[in-house]
Design a protein around this ligand. Structure first.
Ligand code: MBD
Ligand code: FE
Length: 279
């Protein structure tokens, strides 16, 4: 294992993870649908070339950049940052329960399971402000879901995710938590820091060339599930984060802001209730 976090290493891990995820097994599209979507995408690109009078130099820069996205393994990162928020909007527009948002490139399934209340796996010297994250899971009709599971994963204080950066224990800051007999969960973790997407790869190159910034606000990722209910994929954000209003991934919604309570011993506590839609 290398000791430096590089875009290529985290990108390749995300690419491998996607290939292994089984998501491709569900893809089915008619010739008509493919022709319509691919045709519109190609037409949109041609319209830009004609309207903005794109030069051969720019066309070649685009080719070189697209090649580099692949070499750096950054297709999952690029698509999740710049497109997934719209896909998520379409996929969840019918819901009455809690708002969701994008999964992003760093989810890993099959995290070790714990029964709530629990502490998420972390290093003995894990940096950050201790955060107690708790709440209740219920169905849209108000019934607590006593067989729900809350999966939680997030970056550490340095903005690194286990399994996508070197030298972090495999399941660090990742876990699946079973709720108690009132549908409640309580997880002790460390508050994550704002997250900068890798700047040394193709996505970082684009962001620098465009004069954008690479930041996402600090966030907790969750997947909340219960039998007979739609899986909720969400992220929760911290009030006052300077990037809540300009997330590079466009994935913040007002409903996803936590309410943070400071306790006397310098730790923090937050309650967030999840409401799941029946299938
Ligand atoms: C992340 O941590 C993330 O959540 C998203 C959506 C994109 C890049 C990094
Ligand atoms: Fe993230």
């Amino acid at each position: 294992m290398t000791t430096e976090a590089t875009a290529a290493a985290s990108g390749n891990a995300a690419t491998d993870r996607f290939r292994e995820s089984g998501k491709l097994a569900h893809v089915e599209a008619s010739q008509e649908r493919v022709s319509s979507l691919a045709g519109k995408l190609i037409k949109a690109a041609n319209d830009i070339v004609l309207e903005d009078r794109v030069t051969y130099d720019e066309f070649n820069a685009l080719k070189a950049w697209l090649i580099k996205v692949g070499e750096d393994g950054e297709w999952p990162l690029f698509l999740d940052v710049f497109l997934e928020h719209s896909v998520e909007e379409v996929a969840t527009s019918h819901r009455e329960g809690s708002k969701g948002t994008i999964e992003g490139p760093y989810y890993v399934p099959d995290a070790p399971e714990h029964r709530s209340p629990a502490r998420i796996p972390m290093r003995p010297d894990e940096k950050g402000i201790p955060l107690r994250f708790e709440g209740q899971v219920s169905s849209v009709n108000g019934t607590p879901l006593t067989d729900a599971r809350v999966e939680l994963w997030h970056a550490d204080e340095d903005g690194f995710y286990s399994q996508f950066a070197p030298d972090i224990p495999e399941w660090n800051l990742r876990g699946a938590f079973l709720v108690d007999d009132e549908g409640r969960y309580q997880i002790d973790t460390m508050r994550p820091a704002p997250y900068q997407i890798p700047t040394d790869g193709a996505c970082g190159q684009l962001i620098a060339a465009a004069g954008w910034h690479a930041w996402r606000p600090a966030h907790l990722h969750v997947k909340v599930s219960a039998p007979g209910h739609e899986l909720l994929t969400a992220q929760l954000y911290f009030p006052g984060d300077e990037h809540n209003d300009d997330d590079i991934a466009g994935a913040v919604k007002p409903e996803l802001l936590l309410d943070i309570e400071e306790t006397e011993d310098g730790t923090q506590r937050t309650n967030y209730d999840f409401v799941l839609d029946p299938v």
